[in-house]
Design a protein around this ligand. Structure first.
Ligand code: MV4
Length: 496
Protein backbone atom coordinates (compact mmCIF):
# COMPACT_ATOMS: atom_id res chain seq x y z
CA UNK A 1 0.00 0.00 0.00
CA UNK A 2 1.16 3.57 -0.63
CA UNK A 3 2.30 5.44 2.52
CA UNK A 4 1.77 9.11 1.82
CA UNK A 5 -0.45 10.73 -0.80
CA UNK A 6 -0.03 14.23 -2.19
CA UNK A 7 -3.37 15.63 -3.30
CA UNK A 8 -2.84 17.81 -6.37
CA UNK A 9 -6.19 19.55 -5.99
CA UNK A 10 -8.22 21.82 -3.72
CA UNK A 11 -11.64 22.21 -2.09
CA UNK A 12 -14.07 19.43 -1.33
CA UNK A 13 -12.39 16.79 -3.51
CA UNK A 14 -9.06 17.30 -1.74
CA UNK A 15 -10.84 16.67 1.58
CA UNK A 16 -12.70 13.69 0.09
CA UNK A 17 -9.38 12.06 -0.83
CA UNK A 18 -7.75 12.91 2.53
CA UNK A 19 -10.68 11.33 4.37
CA UNK A 20 -10.12 8.08 2.47
CA UNK A 21 -6.40 8.29 3.28
CA UNK A 22 -7.10 8.80 6.96
CA UNK A 23 -9.37 5.76 7.14
CA UNK A 24 -6.69 3.71 5.37
CA UNK A 25 -3.86 4.86 7.67
CA UNK A 26 -2.19 6.80 4.86
CA UNK A 27 -0.66 10.25 5.44
CA UNK A 28 -1.85 13.16 3.29
CA UNK A 29 -0.05 16.17 1.84
CA UNK A 30 -2.00 19.23 0.73
CA UNK A 31 -0.73 21.71 -1.81
CA UNK A 32 -2.43 25.11 -1.87
CA UNK A 33 -2.18 28.38 -3.74
CA UNK A 34 -1.82 31.72 -1.97
CA UNK A 35 -5.58 32.20 -2.43
CA UNK A 36 -6.25 28.98 -0.49
CA UNK A 37 -4.14 29.50 2.61
CA UNK A 38 -7.29 29.61 4.81
CA UNK A 39 -9.07 26.77 3.00
CA UNK A 40 -10.24 23.78 5.02
CA UNK A 41 -8.38 21.22 2.91
CA UNK A 42 -5.04 22.88 3.67
CA UNK A 43 -5.80 22.59 7.40
CA UNK A 44 -7.16 19.04 7.21
CA UNK A 45 -4.02 17.55 5.66
CA UNK A 46 -1.17 16.08 7.73
CA UNK A 47 1.24 18.38 5.88
CA UNK A 48 0.61 21.38 3.63
CA UNK A 49 2.77 23.27 1.14
CA UNK A 50 2.11 26.57 -0.59
CA UNK A 51 2.81 26.07 -4.31
CA UNK A 52 2.32 29.52 -5.79
CA UNK A 53 0.12 32.48 -6.69
CA UNK A 54 -3.69 32.20 -7.13
CA UNK A 55 -3.89 31.60 -10.91
CA UNK A 56 -4.09 27.83 -11.47
CA UNK A 57 -1.42 27.98 -14.19
CA UNK A 58 1.02 29.17 -11.52
CA UNK A 59 -0.07 26.70 -8.82
CA UNK A 60 -2.41 23.72 -9.32
CA UNK A 61 -1.25 23.23 -12.91
CA UNK A 62 2.48 23.58 -12.21
CA UNK A 63 3.74 20.02 -12.83
CA UNK A 64 7.37 20.73 -11.88
CA UNK A 65 6.41 22.30 -8.56
CA UNK A 66 4.03 19.43 -7.69
CA UNK A 67 6.69 16.81 -8.37
CA UNK A 68 9.17 18.84 -6.30
CA UNK A 69 6.78 18.98 -3.32
CA UNK A 70 6.04 15.25 -3.64
CA UNK A 71 9.78 14.53 -3.37
CA UNK A 72 10.35 17.05 -0.56
CA UNK A 73 7.43 15.74 1.52
CA UNK A 74 8.20 12.07 0.93
CA UNK A 75 4.86 11.36 -0.78
CA UNK A 76 4.97 8.14 -2.78
CA UNK A 77 1.71 8.79 -4.66
CA UNK A 78 -0.24 11.71 -6.14
CA UNK A 79 -4.02 11.88 -6.34
CA UNK A 80 -5.08 14.44 -8.98
CA UNK A 81 -8.80 14.69 -8.04
CA UNK A 82 -10.91 16.05 -10.92
CA UNK A 83 -10.20 18.97 -13.25
CA UNK A 84 -6.73 20.59 -13.19
CA UNK A 85 -4.20 17.84 -14.10
CA UNK A 86 -6.47 14.83 -13.54
CA UNK A 87 -6.45 13.61 -17.14
CA UNK A 88 -3.17 15.13 -18.27
CA UNK A 89 -0.95 12.40 -19.78
CA UNK A 90 2.14 14.62 -19.37
CA UNK A 91 1.54 14.82 -15.62
CA UNK A 92 0.94 11.06 -15.36
CA UNK A 93 4.15 10.47 -17.33
CA UNK A 94 6.13 12.89 -15.14
CA UNK A 95 4.96 10.92 -12.09
CA UNK A 96 5.80 7.59 -13.74
CA UNK A 97 9.31 8.85 -14.58
CA UNK A 98 9.87 10.08 -11.01
CA UNK A 99 8.75 6.77 -9.51
CA UNK A 100 5.70 8.42 -7.91
CA UNK A 101 2.41 6.51 -8.24
CA UNK A 102 -0.12 8.52 -10.23
CA UNK A 103 -3.50 7.53 -8.81
CA UNK A 104 -5.28 7.06 -12.10
CA UNK A 105 -4.87 5.32 -15.46
CA UNK A 106 -1.47 5.11 -17.19
CA UNK A 107 -0.27 8.00 -19.37
CA UNK A 108 -0.86 5.71 -22.38
CA UNK A 109 -4.55 5.22 -21.52
CA UNK A 110 -5.00 8.94 -20.69
CA UNK A 111 -3.58 9.81 -24.10
CA UNK A 112 -5.88 7.33 -25.84
CA UNK A 113 -9.02 8.54 -24.02
CA UNK A 114 -8.07 12.21 -24.54
CA UNK A 115 -8.17 11.67 -28.29
CA UNK A 116 -11.96 11.43 -28.75
CA UNK A 117 -11.76 9.98 -32.26
CA UNK A 118 -9.31 7.28 -31.14
CA UNK A 119 -11.46 6.53 -28.06
CA UNK A 120 -14.54 6.23 -30.28
CA UNK A 121 -12.71 3.77 -32.56
CA UNK A 122 -11.55 1.77 -29.55
CA UNK A 123 -15.13 1.52 -28.26
CA UNK A 124 -16.51 0.44 -31.65
CA UNK A 125 -13.96 -2.40 -31.57
CA UNK A 126 -15.17 -3.35 -28.08
CA UNK A 127 -18.77 -3.61 -29.33
CA UNK A 128 -19.99 -0.40 -27.68
CA UNK A 129 -22.76 1.41 -29.58
CA UNK A 130 -21.74 4.90 -30.80
CA UNK A 131 -23.65 7.75 -32.45
CA UNK A 132 -23.62 7.40 -36.26
CA UNK A 133 -20.67 9.46 -37.51
CA UNK A 134 -17.02 9.47 -38.55
CA UNK A 135 -14.37 7.01 -37.37
CA UNK A 136 -11.60 9.30 -38.66
CA UNK A 137 -10.95 13.01 -38.32
CA UNK A 138 -12.64 15.08 -40.98
CA UNK A 139 -10.00 16.43 -43.34
CA UNK A 140 -11.90 18.87 -45.55
CA UNK A 141 -15.26 20.27 -46.54
CA UNK A 142 -15.97 17.67 -49.23
CA UNK A 143 -15.48 14.81 -46.77
CA UNK A 144 -17.65 16.57 -44.18
CA UNK A 145 -20.37 17.14 -46.78
CA UNK A 146 -20.42 13.48 -47.82
CA UNK A 147 -20.60 12.23 -44.22
CA UNK A 148 -23.30 14.70 -43.17
CA UNK A 149 -25.35 13.77 -46.22
CA UNK A 150 -25.09 10.09 -45.32
CA UNK A 151 -25.99 10.40 -41.61
CA UNK A 152 -28.49 13.20 -42.39
CA UNK A 153 -28.88 16.59 -40.74
CA UNK A 154 -28.80 17.87 -38.05
CA UNK A 155 -25.19 16.91 -37.30
CA UNK A 156 -22.75 18.04 -34.63
CA UNK A 157 -19.07 18.86 -35.19
CA UNK A 158 -16.80 18.15 -32.23
CA UNK A 159 -13.11 18.88 -31.54
CA UNK A 160 -11.20 15.60 -31.19
CA UNK A 161 -8.96 17.00 -28.46
CA UNK A 162 -11.92 18.34 -26.50
CA UNK A 163 -14.68 16.81 -24.47
CA UNK A 164 -17.19 18.22 -22.06
CA UNK A 165 -18.95 20.16 -24.80
CA UNK A 166 -16.39 22.88 -25.46
CA UNK A 167 -16.27 24.11 -29.04
CA UNK A 168 -19.04 21.85 -30.36
CA UNK A 169 -21.19 23.19 -33.21
CA UNK A 170 -24.63 21.99 -34.24
CA UNK A 171 -25.28 22.11 -37.98
CA UNK A 172 -28.90 22.15 -39.19
CA UNK A 173 -28.31 21.94 -42.95
CA UNK A 174 -25.66 21.89 -45.65
CA UNK A 175 -25.76 25.67 -45.98
CA UNK A 176 -24.33 26.03 -42.48
CA UNK A 177 -21.69 23.33 -42.83
CA UNK A 178 -18.70 25.22 -44.23
CA UNK A 179 -18.82 27.98 -41.64
CA UNK A 180 -19.40 25.52 -38.76
CA UNK A 181 -16.50 23.33 -39.87
CA UNK A 182 -14.18 26.32 -40.02
CA UNK A 183 -15.18 27.71 -36.63
CA UNK A 184 -14.98 24.33 -34.85
CA UNK A 185 -11.52 23.75 -36.35
CA UNK A 186 -10.44 27.22 -35.19
CA UNK A 187 -11.70 26.63 -31.63
CA UNK A 188 -10.15 23.17 -31.61
CA UNK A 189 -6.80 24.70 -32.59
CA UNK A 190 -6.83 27.55 -30.07
CA UNK A 191 -8.33 25.59 -27.14
CA UNK A 192 -6.75 22.16 -27.58
CA UNK A 193 -3.81 22.87 -29.89
CA UNK A 194 -5.16 20.38 -32.41
CA UNK A 195 -7.46 21.30 -35.29
CA UNK A 196 -8.82 17.75 -35.70
CA UNK A 197 -12.62 17.54 -35.61
CA UNK A 198 -15.18 14.78 -36.15
CA UNK A 199 -18.86 14.64 -37.06
CA UNK A 200 -21.79 12.86 -35.44
CA UNK A 201 -25.52 12.71 -35.99
CA UNK A 202 -27.03 15.30 -33.63
CA UNK A 203 -29.51 13.89 -31.10
CA UNK A 204 -32.13 16.47 -30.11
CA UNK A 205 -32.79 16.19 -26.35
CA UNK A 206 -31.03 13.07 -25.14
CA UNK A 207 -30.50 12.04 -21.54
CA UNK A 208 -26.92 12.03 -20.26
CA UNK A 209 -26.24 8.70 -18.59
CA UNK A 210 -22.83 7.43 -17.53
CA UNK A 211 -21.47 4.16 -16.12
CA UNK A 212 -19.02 4.09 -13.22
CA UNK A 213 -16.12 1.71 -13.86
CA UNK A 214 -13.26 0.34 -11.79
CA UNK A 215 -10.32 -1.52 -13.32
CA UNK A 216 -7.31 -2.96 -11.45
CA UNK A 217 -3.78 -3.93 -12.46
CA UNK A 218 -4.71 -7.65 -12.42
CA UNK A 219 -7.00 -7.28 -15.42
CA UNK A 220 -10.27 -7.13 -13.46
CA UNK A 221 -12.87 -4.54 -14.42
CA UNK A 222 -16.33 -4.01 -12.94
CA UNK A 223 -19.15 -1.48 -13.21
CA UNK A 224 -21.07 0.18 -10.38
CA UNK A 225 -24.18 0.94 -12.39
CA UNK A 226 -25.11 4.26 -13.91
CA UNK A 227 -25.66 7.90 -12.98
CA UNK A 228 -27.98 10.24 -14.78
CA UNK A 229 -26.61 13.79 -15.19
CA UNK A 230 -29.14 15.35 -17.55
CA UNK A 231 -29.78 18.45 -15.42
CA UNK A 232 -26.94 20.65 -16.62
CA UNK A 233 -26.39 24.15 -17.88
CA UNK A 234 -23.65 25.19 -20.28
CA UNK A 235 -22.00 21.79 -19.74
CA UNK A 236 -21.97 22.32 -15.96
CA UNK A 237 -23.87 19.53 -14.26
CA UNK A 238 -26.13 20.73 -11.47
CA UNK A 239 -28.03 17.62 -10.36
CA UNK A 240 -27.01 13.97 -10.67
CA UNK A 241 -28.71 10.78 -9.56
CA UNK A 242 -28.29 7.04 -9.39
CA UNK A 243 -29.93 4.93 -10.63
CA UNK A 244 -31.43 6.64 -13.69
CA UNK A 245 -35.24 6.54 -13.83
CA UNK A 246 -34.89 5.56 -17.51
CA UNK A 247 -32.69 2.49 -17.13
CA UNK A 248 -34.11 -0.97 -16.46
CA UNK A 249 -32.20 -3.69 -14.62
CA UNK A 250 -31.75 -5.59 -17.89
CA UNK A 251 -30.34 -2.53 -19.70
CA UNK A 252 -28.00 -1.84 -16.76
CA UNK A 253 -26.64 -5.37 -16.80
CA UNK A 254 -26.13 -5.35 -20.57
CA UNK A 255 -24.50 -1.89 -20.88
CA UNK A 256 -22.54 -2.28 -17.65
CA UNK A 257 -21.05 -5.56 -18.86
CA UNK A 258 -20.12 -4.04 -22.24
CA UNK A 259 -18.56 -0.97 -20.59
CA UNK A 260 -16.55 -3.00 -18.05
CA UNK A 261 -15.37 -5.31 -20.83
CA UNK A 262 -14.21 -2.32 -22.91
CA UNK A 263 -12.29 -1.00 -19.88
CA UNK A 264 -10.59 -4.39 -19.57
CA UNK A 265 -9.69 -4.40 -23.28
CA UNK A 266 -7.87 -1.03 -23.11
CA UNK A 267 -6.06 -1.98 -19.88
CA UNK A 268 -7.89 0.61 -17.83
CA UNK A 269 -6.49 0.98 -14.29
CA UNK A 270 -8.39 3.08 -11.78
CA UNK A 271 -11.80 4.69 -11.55
CA UNK A 272 -13.39 5.95 -14.73
CA UNK A 273 -16.69 6.83 -16.31
CA UNK A 274 -18.12 5.90 -19.66
CA UNK A 275 -20.48 8.65 -20.85
CA UNK A 276 -23.47 7.91 -23.05
CA UNK A 277 -26.30 9.81 -24.64
CA UNK A 278 -29.56 7.94 -24.11
CA UNK A 279 -32.30 8.50 -26.64
CA UNK A 280 -35.19 6.40 -27.91
CA UNK A 281 -34.32 3.65 -25.43
CA UNK A 282 -30.76 3.28 -26.77
CA UNK A 283 -27.29 4.15 -25.50
CA UNK A 284 -24.73 6.01 -27.65
CA UNK A 285 -21.12 6.26 -26.44
CA UNK A 286 -19.77 9.80 -26.05
CA UNK A 287 -16.45 9.72 -24.21
CA UNK A 288 -14.52 8.26 -21.30
CA UNK A 289 -13.76 10.44 -18.27
CA UNK A 290 -10.52 9.00 -16.93
CA UNK A 291 -10.81 10.35 -13.39
CA UNK A 292 -12.96 10.32 -10.27
CA UNK A 293 -15.92 12.56 -11.00
CA UNK A 294 -17.63 15.28 -8.99
CA UNK A 295 -20.81 13.17 -8.86
CA UNK A 296 -19.17 9.91 -7.67
CA UNK A 297 -20.93 10.07 -4.25
CA UNK A 298 -24.36 9.13 -5.65
CA UNK A 299 -22.85 5.83 -6.79
CA UNK A 300 -21.18 5.36 -3.39
CA UNK A 301 -24.54 5.91 -1.68
CA UNK A 302 -26.36 3.20 -3.67
CA UNK A 303 -23.55 0.63 -3.92
CA UNK A 304 -21.72 1.19 -0.62
CA UNK A 305 -18.39 1.06 -2.49
CA UNK A 306 -15.82 3.72 -1.52
CA UNK A 307 -14.60 4.71 -4.99
CA UNK A 308 -11.61 6.74 -3.74
CA UNK A 309 -10.39 3.89 -1.53
CA UNK A 310 -10.62 1.58 -4.53
CA UNK A 311 -8.55 4.09 -6.54
CA UNK A 312 -5.84 4.03 -3.87
CA UNK A 313 -5.91 0.21 -3.63
CA UNK A 314 -5.63 -0.08 -7.42
CA UNK A 315 -2.69 2.35 -7.57
CA UNK A 316 -1.01 0.29 -4.81
CA UNK A 317 -1.18 -2.79 -7.03
CA UNK A 318 -3.95 -4.48 -5.02
CA UNK A 319 -6.94 -6.19 -6.64
CA UNK A 320 -10.43 -4.66 -6.48
CA UNK A 321 -11.98 -5.35 -3.08
CA UNK A 322 -15.29 -6.50 -4.61
CA UNK A 323 -16.48 -8.67 -7.48
CA UNK A 324 -19.21 -7.77 -9.95
CA UNK A 325 -21.61 -10.35 -8.44
CA UNK A 326 -21.34 -8.58 -5.08
CA UNK A 327 -22.46 -5.19 -6.42
CA UNK A 328 -26.06 -4.32 -5.54
CA UNK A 329 -27.85 -1.09 -6.34
CA UNK A 330 -29.71 -0.28 -3.13
CA UNK A 331 -32.24 2.56 -3.18
CA UNK A 332 -31.79 5.90 -4.88
CA UNK A 333 -29.38 8.82 -4.45
CA UNK A 334 -29.46 12.42 -5.68
CA UNK A 335 -26.73 15.07 -5.62
CA UNK A 336 -27.32 18.82 -5.82
CA UNK A 337 -24.24 20.94 -6.51
CA UNK A 338 -24.55 23.94 -4.21
CA UNK A 339 -22.77 26.75 -6.04
CA UNK A 340 -21.94 30.36 -5.23
CA UNK A 341 -23.88 31.63 -8.24
CA UNK A 342 -27.04 33.68 -8.71
CA UNK A 343 -29.69 31.57 -10.46
CA UNK A 344 -31.81 34.68 -11.05
CA UNK A 345 -28.97 36.52 -12.78
CA UNK A 346 -27.91 34.05 -15.44
CA UNK A 347 -26.06 31.97 -12.82
CA UNK A 348 -23.20 34.50 -12.53
CA UNK A 349 -20.59 33.44 -9.95
CA UNK A 350 -20.99 35.11 -6.54
CA UNK A 351 -17.82 34.33 -4.59
CA UNK A 352 -17.36 36.08 -1.26
CA UNK A 353 -17.58 35.68 2.49
CA UNK A 354 -19.93 33.13 4.07
CA UNK A 355 -21.21 34.99 7.12
CA UNK A 356 -23.21 32.14 8.57
CA UNK A 357 -23.27 28.49 7.61
CA UNK A 358 -25.24 25.49 8.75
CA UNK A 359 -25.43 22.34 6.65
CA UNK A 360 -28.25 19.78 6.80
CA UNK A 361 -27.93 16.43 8.52
CA UNK A 362 -29.84 13.41 9.72
CA UNK A 363 -30.85 10.18 8.02
CA UNK A 364 -29.56 9.62 4.51
CA UNK A 365 -27.70 12.92 4.15
CA UNK A 366 -24.10 13.47 3.02
CA UNK A 367 -22.49 16.89 2.57
CA UNK A 368 -19.08 17.06 0.87
CA UNK A 369 -17.71 20.55 1.28
CA UNK A 370 -14.59 22.58 1.85
CA UNK A 371 -16.16 25.63 3.49
CA UNK A 372 -16.96 26.86 7.01
CA UNK A 373 -18.53 29.89 8.74
CA UNK A 374 -16.56 33.08 7.97
CA UNK A 375 -14.69 31.42 5.08
CA UNK A 376 -14.30 33.53 1.94
CA UNK A 377 -14.76 31.69 -1.36
CA UNK A 378 -11.99 32.98 -3.62
CA UNK A 379 -12.88 34.20 -7.14
CA UNK A 380 -10.13 32.27 -8.96
CA UNK A 381 -11.61 28.77 -9.17
CA UNK A 382 -14.94 27.07 -9.68
CA UNK A 383 -17.56 28.50 -7.31
CA UNK A 384 -18.81 25.25 -5.72
CA UNK A 385 -19.77 25.58 -2.04
CA UNK A 386 -20.65 21.95 -1.45
CA UNK A 387 -22.25 18.83 -2.79
CA UNK A 388 -25.47 17.86 -1.02
CA UNK A 389 -26.14 14.17 -1.50
CA UNK A 390 -29.15 12.27 -0.19
CA UNK A 391 -30.13 8.62 -0.16
CA UNK A 392 -33.66 7.23 -0.08
CA UNK A 393 -35.20 3.78 -0.38
CA UNK A 394 -36.57 4.88 -3.74
CA UNK A 395 -36.44 7.99 -5.97
CA UNK A 396 -39.51 9.50 -4.40
CA UNK A 397 -38.08 9.28 -0.87
CA UNK A 398 -34.78 10.70 -2.14
CA UNK A 399 -36.62 13.72 -3.60
CA UNK A 400 -38.58 14.47 -0.40
CA UNK A 401 -35.40 14.04 1.62
CA UNK A 402 -33.54 16.41 -0.70
CA UNK A 403 -36.30 19.01 -0.24
CA UNK A 404 -36.05 18.62 3.52
CA UNK A 405 -32.27 19.00 3.37
CA UNK A 406 -32.40 22.07 1.09
CA UNK A 407 -34.79 23.75 3.55
CA UNK A 408 -32.44 22.99 6.46
CA UNK A 409 -29.45 24.47 4.63
CA UNK A 410 -28.45 27.93 5.89
CA UNK A 411 -25.92 29.90 3.85
CA UNK A 412 -25.82 33.60 4.70
CA UNK A 413 -23.58 36.17 3.01
CA UNK A 414 -23.42 35.05 -0.60
CA UNK A 415 -26.10 34.35 -3.19
CA UNK A 416 -26.29 30.67 -4.04
CA UNK A 417 -28.29 28.28 -6.19
CA UNK A 418 -30.35 26.62 -3.43
CA UNK A 419 -33.56 28.28 -4.78
CA UNK A 420 -32.86 26.61 -8.13
CA UNK A 421 -32.58 23.19 -6.51
CA UNK A 422 -35.75 23.77 -4.49
CA UNK A 423 -37.59 24.66 -7.70
CA UNK A 424 -36.37 21.54 -9.50
CA UNK A 425 -37.30 19.28 -6.57
CA UNK A 426 -40.89 20.62 -6.92
CA UNK A 427 -40.96 20.40 -10.72
CA UNK A 428 -43.63 17.95 -11.95
CA UNK A 429 -41.52 16.65 -14.84
CA UNK A 430 -38.47 16.19 -12.65
CA UNK A 431 -40.63 14.32 -10.14
CA UNK A 432 -41.86 12.02 -12.92
CA UNK A 433 -38.28 11.42 -14.04
CA UNK A 434 -38.85 13.03 -17.43
CA UNK A 435 -35.36 14.40 -17.97
CA UNK A 436 -33.22 15.52 -20.88
CA UNK A 437 -30.06 17.56 -21.41
CA UNK A 438 -32.22 20.55 -22.38
CA UNK A 439 -34.37 20.29 -19.23
CA UNK A 440 -33.42 23.72 -17.84
CA UNK A 441 -34.05 25.68 -21.06
CA UNK A 442 -37.30 23.78 -21.71
CA UNK A 443 -38.68 24.31 -18.18
CA UNK A 444 -39.56 27.95 -18.69
CA UNK A 445 -41.34 28.29 -15.32
CA UNK A 446 -38.18 27.63 -13.28
CA UNK A 447 -37.38 31.36 -12.95
CA UNK A 448 -40.89 32.19 -11.69
CA UNK A 449 -40.79 29.14 -9.43
CA UNK A 450 -37.52 30.33 -7.87
CA UNK A 451 -38.94 33.84 -7.36
CA UNK A 452 -42.02 32.37 -5.71
CA UNK A 453 -39.87 30.22 -3.42
CA UNK A 454 -37.71 33.22 -2.47
CA UNK A 455 -40.84 35.35 -1.79
CA UNK A 456 -42.24 32.58 0.37
CA UNK A 457 -39.12 32.76 2.54
CA UNK A 458 -38.90 36.56 2.74
CA UNK A 459 -40.88 37.02 5.97
CA UNK A 460 -38.65 34.43 7.54
CA UNK A 461 -35.44 36.10 6.45
CA UNK A 462 -36.58 39.46 7.82
CA UNK A 463 -37.22 37.76 11.11
CA UNK A 464 -33.82 36.17 11.07
CA UNK A 465 -31.40 38.83 9.86
CA UNK A 466 -30.84 40.41 13.29
CA UNK A 467 -30.39 36.96 14.77
CA UNK A 468 -27.47 36.06 12.59
CA UNK A 469 -24.79 36.77 15.11
CA UNK A 470 -22.63 33.84 16.03
CA UNK A 471 -24.23 33.38 19.48
CA UNK A 472 -27.78 33.23 18.20
CA UNK A 473 -27.09 30.97 15.29
CA UNK A 474 -28.68 27.90 16.85
CA UNK A 475 -31.92 29.75 17.58
CA UNK A 476 -31.93 31.03 14.03
CA UNK A 477 -31.54 27.56 12.61
CA UNK A 478 -34.39 26.24 14.76
CA UNK A 479 -36.60 29.04 13.42
CA UNK A 480 -35.58 28.22 9.86
CA UNK A 481 -36.55 24.61 10.37
CA UNK A 482 -39.94 25.58 11.80
CA UNK A 483 -40.82 28.05 9.05
CA UNK A 484 -39.63 25.67 6.40
CA UNK A 485 -41.92 23.02 7.79
CA UNK A 486 -44.65 25.51 6.98
CA UNK A 487 -43.29 25.96 3.48
CA UNK A 488 -43.29 22.21 2.94
CA UNK A 489 -46.89 21.96 4.16
CA UNK A 490 -47.94 24.68 1.72
CA UNK A 491 -46.18 22.73 -0.97
CA UNK A 492 -48.06 19.54 -0.12
CA UNK A 493 -51.39 21.38 -0.25
CA UNK A 494 -50.45 22.89 -3.61
CA UNK A 495 -49.61 19.54 -5.10
CA UNK A 496 -52.64 17.75 -3.57
C1 MV4 B 1 -23.94 15.40 -28.43
C2 MV4 B 1 -25.25 15.92 -28.39
C3 MV4 B 1 -26.15 15.51 -29.35
N1 MV4 B 1 -25.77 14.62 -30.28
N2 MV4 B 1 -23.61 14.52 -29.39
C4 MV4 B 1 -22.32 17.82 -24.61
C5 MV4 B 1 -21.34 17.34 -23.60
C6 MV4 B 1 -20.40 16.49 -24.36
N3 MV4 B 1 -19.85 15.46 -23.54
C7 MV4 B 1 -21.22 15.97 -25.50
N4 MV4 B 1 -22.35 16.84 -25.63
C8 MV4 B 1 -23.32 16.61 -26.54
N5 MV4 B 1 -23.02 15.74 -27.52
C9 MV4 B 1 -24.52 14.16 -30.30
N6 MV4 B 1 -24.16 13.31 -31.25
C10 MV4 B 1 -25.57 16.84 -27.42
C11 MV4 B 1 -24.60 17.21 -26.50
C12 MV4 B 1 -25.00 18.28 -25.65
C13 MV4 B 1 -24.74 19.61 -26.04
C14 MV4 B 1 -24.01 19.92 -27.19
C15 MV4 B 1 -23.77 21.24 -27.56
C16 MV4 B 1 -24.26 22.29 -26.76
C17 MV4 B 1 -24.97 22.01 -25.61
C18 MV4 B 1 -25.22 20.66 -25.23
C19 MV4 B 1 -25.93 20.39 -24.05
C20 MV4 B 1 -26.16 19.08 -23.71
C21 MV4 B 1 -25.70 18.03 -24.51
Amino acid sequence: MVNKVLIANRGEIAIRVMRACREMGIASVAVYSEADKDALFAKYADQAYCIGPPPATQSYLNIQRLIEVARESGADAIHPGYGFLAENPKFARACEEEGIKFIGPSSRVLELMGDKVAARREMVNAGIPVVPGTDECVADFEQARAIAKKIEYPVIIKPSGGGGGIGMTIVANEGELAKALESTQAIAQTTFGLCDVYIEKYLANPRHIEFQLLGDSKGNAIHLGERECSIQRRHQKLIEESPSAAVTAAMRTKMGKLAANAAKLVGYEGAGTMEFLFSGGRFYFLEVNARVQVEHPVTEMVTGVDIVKEQIRIASGLPLSIRQEEIRMNGSAIECRINAEDPLNDFVPTPGKIKSYHSPGGTGIRVDSGVYTSYTIPPFYDPMISKLIVWGRDRSEAITRMRRALYEYVIVGIKNNIPFHKAVMENPRFMKGELGTHFIEHETTLIEDMKRIIEREKPLEEKLSHLFEEKKRIAAIATVAAVNQLALKTQRINSA
